[in-house]
Design a protein around this ligand. Sequence first.
Ligand code: ADP
Ligand code: MG
Length: 487
Amino acid sequence: RSQKCTARKILLEFQEACYTPLARLRQVVDAMAVEMHAGLVSEGGSKLKMLPTYIDRLPDGHERGLYYAVDLGGTNFRVLRVQLGGLEGRVIKQEYEEVAIPPELMLGTSEQLFDFIAKELVSFVAREGQDFRLHAGQNREIGFTFSFPVKQTAVNSGTLLQWTKGFKVNDAVGEDVVAALQRGIERRGYKMRIAALVNDTVGTLAGGRYWNNDVMIGVILGTGTNACYVERAEAVSKWAGDIPKSGEMVINMEWGNFWSSHLPRTYVDESLDNESLNPGEYGFEKMISGMYLGDCVRRVLVRMAQEACIFGTPVPHKLLEAFSLMTPDMSKMHHDDSSDLKVVAEVLKRVYGIQNTTVGIRKIVVAVCDTVCQRGARLAAAGIVGILKKIGRDGSAANGVIKRNTFEQSDMNGFHDEVPVHYTSGGRTVVAMDGGLYEHYTKFRNYMQEAVVELLGEGSKNVVIELSKDGSGIGAALLAASHAEYV
Ligand code: ADP
Ligand code: MG
């Protein structure tokens, strides 16, 4: 009895610390918009890197021919080929393959990692069937989706700024990742051209835009989390290059590194951060994304196990192991709708060897999952609304009236867009979304959608979040097509 009582107290305290009422979410929205502005003004102006991607035109359906994409994400590696048939034919045929990244390569050398990618790519190319056709005399052109922060120097080159999501291949930091992959391909005696280096958010944006002109934002909720969007090139004050003809530039926000004092940080976030491979960095990502949510839950359970002995004594050994509770298992427990929570019991037994939990204790476990999930989802929603606000599409310009955004904070003066970019008929804005967390974690998705509606009110009718499954791979191939040497 007193066990449950102490556990409940820990739960309540944690829930309170994670609480994200509307007023708090609005502060996060505003902070996001402010930081976006600061990051665009100067290099290092914000924790938001706001990286120019050198992508100034997005696919529009005219693309033709055979293109490849390789996608190095956080958990899986994919290769893909697509035969494009222009406006009439669109995507004539596509094929892809997915392999898990061998864990040792995530902590090895750059040469090992890129050699692995090249090997998988080359063997996939070797199995290209008759239905896929290159233009005569064309080399295979590749879109390289690389979902880590990169400082680009051209559409097809860029150096790795730092690793995230559990990768630590030290000698790759500062290296041109396109050149590294190119070397790997050449070592295997193949000749291909990497036409575009693409963040996964940008791939998702491009893949969405190919079908729908209202797509302005790309978001990833997978192992990690990030977002990109279409910005007016003139708003990118730190951009020293020419203003592109389109007047636009896609910006990779690296929003995983966003930070604000308004974020509900708890002891769980502190210890998780301290024990992570990139302490002090990517704090937003650590509250939201699939790599970390399960571990947030685990840390609360550890406290309950230690202080309230909810899993008996001694504390199950494996529970103390970082990242032992994966987000898919958290999600399973969270969605358990059986009256005696037998799925929770099953997961606790399978993962930790914990047996004989009471239904009361299982309920507490579910409540912890719910708290962590809800906080992450609501913060992700606030991030999206922050972008909408920055580009004047948060509904304050609804009904065709183009007006200035009004902000209360004085420190926000002077940065809002006077005219929303790309103001389209009906003012619809589509967010192209990809990632396993959003795709598979139903309660996360629902909490996020709810929070968007809370934040935007009526304006939410003009905002659509669209799952663009595997959009990032196809998007990279589309960008390779629009930036191909041979056109
Ligand atoms: P990546 O981000 O590595 O490119 P994905 O977009 O496929 O890969 O996302 C994989 C991540 O999605 C996993 O690391 C996991 O955190 C999360 N995920 C996958 N399946 C589920 C699930 N059923 N419930 C919750 N999260 C899931
Ligand atoms: Mg991915």
